[in-house]
Design a protein around this ligand. Structure first.
Ligand code: FAD
Ligand code: 2HG
Ligand code: ZN
Length: 509
């Protein structure tokens, strides 16, 4: 039993564990064009011409209209290098008024637009399919206000999550969202995907903490729902439609978020566990014993630990087990938190629910444990072409999906791994193969979607549908709700210029 304890320097803890990771450039070559791989038909849109470019230059200035192919390469390819678009125009507005003028022009000319934040999305939603104009929030990165009393931060949509969190620490506040892509993703992108992340267990969904959204509709109308109020029951809550709509209903330009206090005391426990059923018992016990200080419960399987070791040289601080569990507590009184945690750890080791473990209370050690968990997505990119599935499932069947996928694929893969947000019932099933091919693709899909639907799950827990999953929406949503979504789309964006080929099924043209 290697229960390394280091209850030191608690006063130095910075609240949230900050793992800066610039999103990696993957080593394998450019993916094939999305339109060809998936045989997509281009919608009936215009093509940007010289006078459109003049109009855009007039709105955002010459330097912020990018047409050079080499400069556009990164914006045309997704983070996991699985889809590639053909855009020839990238626009970088600075203000809401500029966004409004751009969209008005595009709508009148019927030019399709692909909103883009940090381009860390994992479902192909953030890159164009054909020649959609890429509208980026890159320059919209001003924090507008922070009220330390109410905890409300108002900022432009292009603020990078990690940077916003750093700015908030000055006020003893944190962003109520944390995820592995924090060094690159934008708050506007987080809201547009309704990102879940590592601390949803504690701070809830963005649907609760986002108090207001300012968005520009397809015709250039500025929809000002930038409330800073905690309570506001006047009519329909339109901002909720912007949250999670993946750039298909409007372009988010600013957000207002209720931010919690920076916790004074943070601890992390990393445990080795033999069986998935024991992870579930541990989750229940953690909720019972750690109660209000519990802030994250994550798990990875042994293959994930193998991959982060092999591809990123990260070192597992404990022995080898089938599963690993990361439990984080965040509270306001270190002595109280440590006592609770010690007693919890003593119980689970004595009862053999956990076979081994390490507790981290100093910042560097916590950081290295979090890195093991947060780097799985990156390690997978080095393991081959990655098929990603992000499902919500009843906890008791969650890992059966990984076993069944392995059996079903009969060795067609490099790796099939399972990991994710155990505390939220959210599994990340990933399959890597030497390269994309249609035989492997059709062996995996719709198998995984049928499996999810059969077990009453959701085919997208937190990443959204984007391009890759839009045609599988019916596994999770009824025909009536999909029809209603189509009507909402029609109302917000009658010319269908905003992020075509995404979220809703079929070619919307
Ligand atoms: P982008 O990728 O640029 O865009 C995502 C979608 O939002 C696209 O459809 C795009 O068109 C739209 N969009 C972007 N900006 C706007 C805007 N201003 N207005 C309208 N639409 C817009 N997700 C989770 O939920 N939980 C995680 O734990 C998690 N971890 C991740 C870890 C890594 C290493 C990576 C690479 C990704 C992870 N993700 C996770 C995926 C995730 O969706 C994002 O990282 C993040 O929310 C996307 O933000 P972004 O700024 O990169 O948006
Ligand atoms: C995470 O939780 C992200 O690390 C990425 O949501 C999940 O790579 C994935 O499948
Ligand atoms: Zn996740």
């Amino acid at each position: 039993m290697n229960l390394a304890r280091s209850f030191t320097a608690l006063n130095k803890l910075l609240g949230f564990v900050q793992i800066s990771r610039t999103c990696v450039a993957q080593s394998h070559s450019q993916p094939a064009l999305t339109a060809e791989t998936y045989n997509v038909k281009r919608g009936n849109y215009s093509t940007a011409n010289a006078s459109d470019l003049d109009a855009f230059r007039n709105i955002v200035g010459d330097n912020n209209v990018v047409t050079e192919a080499s400069e556009l390469q990164g914006n045309n390819v997704d983070w996991i290098k699985t889809v590639r678009g053909q855009s020839t125009v990238l626009l970088k507005p600075k203000t809401t008024t500029e966004v409004s003028r751009i969209l008005k022009h595009c709508n009148e000319r019927k030019l399709a637009v692909c909103p883009q934040g940090g381009n860390t999305g994992l479902v192909g939603g953030s890159v164009p399919v054909f020649d959609e104009i890429i509208l980026s929030t890159q320059r919209m990165n001003e924090v507008i206000s922070v009220d330390p009393f109410s905890g409300v931060m108002v900022c432009q949509a292009g603020c990078i999550l990690e940077k916003a969190n750093q700015d908030l620490l000055e006020h003893d506040l944190i962003v109520p969202l944390d995820l592995g892509a924090k060094g690159s993703c934008h708050l506007g992108g987080n809201i547009s995907t309704n990102a879940g992340g590592l601390r949803l267990l504690r701070y809830g969904s963005l649907r609760g903490s986002v108090l207001g959204v300012e968005a520009v509709l397809a015709d250039g109308t500025v929809l000002d729902c930038l409330s800073k109020l905690r309570k506001d029951n006047t009519g329909y809550d339109i901002k909720q439609l912007m949250i999670g709509s993946e750039g298909t209903l409007g372009f988010v330009t600013a957000v207002s978020i209720l931010c919690p206090q920076k916790p004074k005391s943070v601890n992390v426990v990393f445990l080795g566990v033999d069986k998935f059923e024991d992870l579930l018992l541990l989750l229940r016990k953690a909720k019972q014993d750690l109660g209000e200080i519990l802030s994250a419960v994550e798990f990875v399987d042994s293959d994930c630990i193998g991959l982060v070791g092999k591809h990123l040289k990260l070192v597992n601080p404990i022995g080898e087990y089938e599963f690993y569990m990361l439990i984080e507590t965040s509270g306001s009184n270190s002595q109280h938190d440590e006592e609770k945690l010690s007693s919890f750890v003593e119980d689970i080791i004595t009862s053999q629910l956990a076979k081994d473990g390490t507790i981290a209370t100093d910042f560097n050690k916590m950081q290295s444990i979090w890195k093991l968990r947060e780097s799985v997505a990156e390690a997978l990119t080095h393991d081959g072409y990655t098929f990603k599935y992000d499902v919500s499932l009843p906890a008791h069947v969650m890992y059966d999906m990984v076993h069944d996928t392995r059996k079903h694929l009969k060795g067609l893969y490099n790796s099939v791994v399972g990991y994710g947000h155990l505390g939220d019932g959210n599994l990340h099933l990933n399959v890597t193969c030497p390269e994309y091919n249609k035989t492997i693709a059709s062996a995996i899909e719709p198998f995984v979607y049928e499996w999810t639907a059969k077990h009453n799950g959701s085919i997208s827990a937190e990443h959204g549908l984007g391009f890759k999953k839009r045609n599988y929406i019916s596994y999770t949503k009824s025909k009536e709700s999909i029809n209603f979504m189509m009507k909402i789309k029609q109302m917000f964006d009658p010319n269908m210029i905003l992020n075509p080929y995404k979220t809703l099924p079929g070619n919307i043209d």
